[in-house]
Design a protein around this ligand. Structure first.
Ligand code: ZN
Ligand code: ZN
Length: 245
């Protein structure tokens, strides 16, 4: 079980089937210390959660409600679909490739667009499911970039559980993360209460990879909350400097 799950979806993503409160209650019953609710950005028909995030501070006692988003890269210039006004409300920002757009001439894969987005938005915290057959990536380049920016690469339980990738590909990703020293975040990407905290499909791969525990941002509740706090402080400083807020 993941102590603090950093990736989950509710009804507001349309692909999720529960409310925020149902997800948080289920996570508490499973013994998690925190759950990040990270519905999709608007480019993937996600509804922006500002009323929920503003009005529900910590609605379920005994579990930390971590307010997040799973943003999308929307063009080859590295634009992402998080409006500036939402940023101060967010504890964590995930970024992944979900929507297709024309790549720059000469690009063989999606790596250039994703790296462009990471550089333009250095306050992103976690890159989600980098092993996806629809969006082939140069994992070495991605891991080096993430390492340099202090971002974590996601180890996504659902993609293995539902066979959207292979264990061989995930093992290759983990070997690259180990060799580059890039941070890793273990996440369920849950769309139902059943899946919250689930890591059964990726935990053996992580243990076999030789990645030290200190490299896993949510190895414990303490390290997860410390990662979120440090990244959020850096994000707010960036917002003040560049957006004048
Ligand atoms: Zn995703
Ligand atoms: Zn997701």
């Amino acid at each position: 079980m993941i102590p603090v799950d950093l990736h989950s979806h509710t009804l507001m993503s349309q692909c999720g089937i529960h409310t925020h409160l149902e997800m948080l209650q289920a996570a508490r019953e499973k013994g998690l210390a925190g759950l990040a609710i990270t519905d999709h950005g608007p480019a993937l028909k996600g509804r922006l959660p500002s009323p929920v995030f503003e009005r529900l501070v910590q609605p379920v006692p005994g579990i930390r409600f971590i307010k997040g988003i799973e943003a999308n890269v929307t063009d080859a210039e590295g634009t992402i679909d998080v409006p500036d006004w939402l940023l101060p409300l967010l504890d964590i920002v995930l970024l992944g490739l979900h929507v297709r757009f024309p790549l720059r001439r000469g690009s063989a894969d999606w790596t250039d667009a994703l790296i462009e987005a990471m550089r333009r938005n250095p306050w992103v915290d976690v890159i989600t499911h980098p092993v996806d057959e629809n969006f082939p990536l140069d994992l070495e380049r991605l891991a080096k970039e993430a390492q340099g920016l202090g971002m974590a690469i996601e180890l996504n339980n659902s993609k293995v559980l539902y066979q959207r990738t292979t264990t061989e590909e995930v093992a290759r990703l983990l070997a690259i993360c180990r060799d580059t020293g890039c941070k890793v975040a273990v996440c369920s990407d849950s769309h139902t209460v059943e899946e919250i905290g689930g890591d059964e499909s990726v935990r053996p791969l992580l243990e076999a990879s030789g990645i030290p525990g200190a490299q896993v941002v949510n190895a414990s509740a303490g390290t997860a909350f410390a990662f979120i706090a440090a990244r959020r402080a850096a994000r707010l400083a960036h917002i003040r400097k560049h957006l004048g807020k």
